[in-house]
Design a protein around this ligand. Structure first.
Ligand code: NZQ
Ligand code: ZN
Length: 379
């Protein structure tokens, strides 16, 4: 087991109507908020109006910034930070899914530190502060509501990358599963796939950590039991709640304690597809995880078999990979690129950017030849 620091400062409010406590929580932080959201789903599922009413009830001045895109862009973050600084806000309130919340995290840094967002993301600028962040989560997937990570893309450098800093843990996160009832079927599936993938990134990380391994297995079992059930009954509050809480725990440090790191290779490879084709994050993962396991049959064989026994009661690497494929398919996730609208003719383009961006894991390093072989399993 590696040494670790157990730390998570997020006050997470979970359940029906928890947003009723947002106004009083915000009032203890400040008087001026930048309210950030995406393209309008929050206007239709009640989360925006509930948040707005809470802020107004507690006399908090509101400046809005909307239009954050899925696979969020660094330019939007810079623009929002300027709006926030001009309005002299002292907190950011983000209402939406991972894209909105990740953007809000970097906006919170750039408002406090008046800095360049991409320099922050790439580690070229070490920020000293972020203004406090409150989140209202409307999509169960990323775990961003209870972690210190943000993922953004930059068209100029042709990258989609993650960034981690304790400054960007939300102060409060409000998770009312009711807001997720309106998530369309495909994004519901991508969310379940994402939470499974986060558990797998921990499982294939560096270091032996048996309790963290057991958390991984339990979280994936939740997703196996409730994911397919939810796909058949997307209006079911209890199922939405189970998946929402599983997604939070899949990436809030719980599965990482005692490891040196997760792997994150499949995520890095997936970000290349998202960058090139705007492929939703979860869709990249159901394509690449089985392909990656096939590539690493020898190198990660023992770990794959151990997982197969725990989850599917199977004995071999191949059976484990096929079981994951069957599971992802049962949710409606794509298994090959063409199922996500990426044609065979794109293969070279994908390989070029994967190699250029050196997409690989922290634990399992990949050569250019590995990435070429991987693509044969993806296309
Ligand atoms: O544009 P809006 O109106 O916000 O609509 C969104 C978007 O079109 C919509 N949506 C959100 N909540 C909804 C809803 N539609 C109906 N009803 C609701 N309640 O869903 C679409 C996708 O939203 P998005 O925020 O992009 O999805 P998700 O939460 O899956 O976030 C994905 C982003 O998070 C990053 C991904 O790379 C991707 O950019 N990740 C962040 C991580 C983190 N911070 O820890 C870790 C993850 O591995 C991941 O990389
Ligand atoms: Zn993910």
């Amino acid at each position: 087991m590696y040494n670790f620091l157990a730390f998570n400062p997020v006050k997470l409010h979970f359940g029906k109507n928890v947003v009723n406590d947002l106004g009083s929580s915000a009032a203890r932080i400040g008087k001026k908020a930048l309210l950030v959201y995406g393209s309008g789903s929050v206007l239709r599922n009640g989360s925006y109006i509930d948040t707005l009413e809470q802020l107004k009830k507690h006399d908090i001045d509101i400046t809005e910034f909307n239009g954050i895109k899925p696979n969020p862009r660094v330019e939007d973050v810079m623009e929002a930070a300027i709006v926030g600084r001009e309005a002299d806000v002292n907190m950011v309130v983000a209402v939406g899914g991972g894209s909105v919340i990740d953007s809000a995290k970097i906006i919170a840094i750039c408002i406090a530190d008046d800095c360049d967002a991409w320099k922050v993301m790439t580690g070229k600028h070490e920020p000293l502060a972020a203004i406090p962040l409150i989140t209202v989560l409307t999509l169960a997937a990323t775990g961003t509501e209870m972690n210190a990570v943000a993922v953004l893309q930059n068209g100029a450098t042709m990258e989609k990358i993650g960034y981690k800093n304790d400054l960007i843990y939300p102060v409060h996160s409000f998770l009312d599963p009711s807001y997720t009832l309106s998530v369309p079927a495909e994004y519901t599936a991508y969310g379940v796939i994402d939470l499974v993938a986060h558990s797998l990134e921990a499982w294939f990380g560096k270091g032996e950590a048996t309790l963290s391994d057991r958390f991984v297995v339990s979280i994936i079992k939740e997703a196996m039991e409730f994911g397919p059930a939810l796909m058949k009954d997307t209006g079911n509050y209890e199922l939405r709640a189970n998946i929402m809480w599983a997604a939070t725990n899949a990436l809030n440090n719980l599965t990482m304690y005692g490891r040196e790191s997760g792997d994150w290779g499949v995520h890095a490879l997936g970000h290349v597809l998202s960058f090139l084709y705007d492929t939703p994050h979860g869709a990249t993962l159901s394509i690449i995880y089985p392909a990656w396991m096939r590539l690493l049959k020898e190198r990660a064989g023992d770990r794959i078999i151990q997982l197969g026994k725990e989850l599917f009661d199977v004995e071999t690497v191949d059976e484990t990979i096929e079981s994951f494929e069957t599971y992802f398919k049962s949710l409606g996730g794509p298994l090959r690129c063409h199922e996500a609208g990426i044609d065979q003719s794109e293969k070279e383009e994908v390989l070029k950017l994967m190699n250029r961006n050196r997409a690989e894991g922290i634990n399992y390093k990949l050569s250019d030849g590995d990435r070429e072989a991987l693509l044969d399993h993806m296309f």
